[in-house]
Design a protein around this ligand. Structure first.
Ligand SMILES: [Zn+2]
Length: 111
């Protein structure tokens, strides 16, 4: 994983760093939006993977999603066959339109 675009710099002050979501596509820290998703399942050899109802995205992946550039997204995120299946499921189940949240915050805390 590249470290040059690591946005997980601790906030000022003492105490535990607020956990902020990483991008669900490329796994880089610093997601800025999420997409609402109808939960879908992917059958894997040893277990069933559940998508959850949100996919977080970093700026680059968000742009690729907004453009509907699924091959570009798979390429950028270096996804293999399993990741490509997740992207296909996301493509078919997400609600278009990214939901932005305040950088450095974790919208999961408000659920
Ligand atoms: Zn990303």
């Amino acid at each position: 994983m590249p470290s040059s675009d690591d946005f997980s710099t601790p906030v000022y002050g003492i105490g535990p760093k607020l956990p902020v979501p990483a991008c669900d596509f490329c796994s880089r820290p610093g997601a800025i939006v999420y997409f609402a998703t109808t939960e879908f399942l992917i059958e894997l050899p040893t277990y069933t993977w559940a998508s959850g109802d949100r996919f977080y995205a970093c700026p680059t992946c968000r742009t690729l999603v907004d453009a509907g550039d699924w091959p570009g997204l798979i390429d950028y995120a270096h996804l293999g066959a399993r990741g490509a299946r997740v992207v296909e499921g996301f493509r078919d189940h997400h609600t278009p339109g990214a939901v932005a949240f305040e950088p450095g915050t974790d919208p999961e805390q408000n659920r």
